[in-house]
Ligand binder design. Structure first.
Ligand code: C5P
Length: 403
């Protein structure tokens, strides 16, 4: 069963060429089990007919605030209360401006004012219109709200209907339906205990020096929050990072890979899921000096030996949990990720292309592809929090499929 089953989704369609894709979105939401009602602005009706959306949603399409017949059926306040989630797709620059200004000059803006349901916008417009200062200020204004802050889904970058290339494409209908499902995925991990390793490890050279890496821990911490929000009990085994412990998460702070392994082994028997998001140092110093090494010779050689592979150790347990690893690759991402999935006996692997400059270790954003068995799922560029929710939703779905 999908998390959208019996959920009531109000889909607002505004005027833009991407409106033709809204028909497919209605189908995707319906297929996932949602009840869908469609509200169109006047401009949207220039792009796609209400009849198409009525046929696909199985409900009359709402258009006017001042239509006595429609108001006698389901009035605008009733409609605003009916929705569990409102999605505006496509959301035009004009609609976003009216929303930011708090206007209620048509049915759709009025519903946004009247409804307490979470609101998601899927912007779609020409790239210059998206980049325009007014549009960006309107988006920032909406995101700075303390209450009723909308979710902004997209836009994606790429080729546009007008021939331009850049940001402003509406996210694909299936991606929007997946994001909608994520909104209701909370509770998907209720009753489960999940252990996450996060951050770097530090391998001592002597009492004052160490070998480490640039991992910020942001992805692992975002996963801990997303898993907690999905109802799991979360144990976070963390290397040294500059992040506060997330609310309602149990953190065990460690330094070296050996300490991380010991902490994981002490707790793994309680866990049904393990995610290895830590950037564990591959090697440690063969013999750590007991005292600070003096600067004397012109050259010094450190002998390094392999660290234990924490995730592979867990995946080799007879009673192993569902194990999810990460693969940071610079090329041939799928091949290396699938190889790691098999070699380490993992159930799922999260691969990211670290050759890209816009994502990675210290960034707030990420884009990943999940691989398991013969399947894969891409989670496009988004904040690490959004990507984390997508990963947790995918894990929950896999667990439901696989007892
Ligand atoms: O082999 P590689 O380091 O690329 O594998 C990455 C995955 O394995 C990550 O999930 C990481 O947390 C985990 N790992 C581990 N222990 C190690 C090395 C990697 O748990 N010693």
């Amino acid at each position: 069963m999908s998390s959208l089953t019996n959920k009531r989704v109000l889909l607002g369609i505004t005027g833009g060429i991407a409106a033709y894709k809204s028909a497919e979105l209605v189908r995707a939401l319906k297929t996932a089990g949602a009840e869908v009602r469609v509200v169109m602005t006047s401009a949207a009706r220039e792009f796609i007919t209400p009849l198409t959306l009525q046929a696909l949603s199985g409900n009359p399409v709402h258009h006017s605030l001042l239509d006595p017949e429609a108001e006698a059926g389901m009035g605008h306040i009733e409609l605003a209360r009916w929705a569990d989630l409102m999605i505006i797709a496509p959301a035009s620059a004009d609609f976003i401006a009216r929303l930011a200004a708090g206007m209620g000059n048509d049915l759709l803006t009025t519903l946004c004012l009247a409804s307490n349901a979470p609101l998601a916008l899927a912007p779609a417009m020409n790239q210059a219109m998206w980049r325009d200062t007014a549009t960006q200020q309107n988006i920032q204004q909406l995101l700075s709200r303390s209450e009723k802050k909308p979710l902004i889904w997209g836009p994606a970058a790429g080729e546009q209907a007008c021939g331009d290339v850049g940001p402003g494409r509406m996210l694909e209908p299936l991606e929007l339906a997946r994001l909608a499902a994520e909104q209701f995925a909370s509770g998907a991990l209720a009753g489960k205990t999940l252990l996450i390793t996060a951050g770097p490890t530090r391998e001592a050279i002597d009492p004052v020096r160490y070998i480490s890496n640039h991992s910020s821990g942001k992805m692992g911490y975002a996963l801990a929050e997303a898993a907690r929000d999905a109802g799991a009990r979360v144990i976070l085994v963390s290397g040294p990072v500059n992040l506060p412990c997330p609310r309602a998460v149990e953190r065990i702070s460690v330094s070296s890979a050996d300490e991380m392994l010991a902490a994981v082994q002490a707790r793994i028997n309680d866990c049904q899921i393990m995610i290895g998001a830590a950037a564990v140092a591959d090697y440690k110093v063969a013999s750590v000096a007991g005292q600070k090494i003096k600067k004397s010779a012109d050259e010094m050689i450190l002998t390094l030996i392999k660290n234990p592979d924490i995730i592979a150790t867990v995946a080799a347990l007879p009673n192993k949990p569902f194990v999810v690893g990460f693969a940071a690759e610079t090329n041939d991402v799928e091949n290396y990720a699938r190889d790691k999935l098999k070699r380490k006996n993992l159930d799922m692997i999260v691969a990211n292309d670290v050759s890209r400059s816009d994502i990675g270790f210290n960034s707030d954003d990420n884009a990943v592809t999940l691989f398991w068995a013969e399947q894969q799922q891409a989670l496009p560029l988004a904040s690490k929090h959004q990507v984390a929710r997508g990963i947790i939703a995918a894990i929950a779905t896999r667990l439901q499929e696989k007892p």
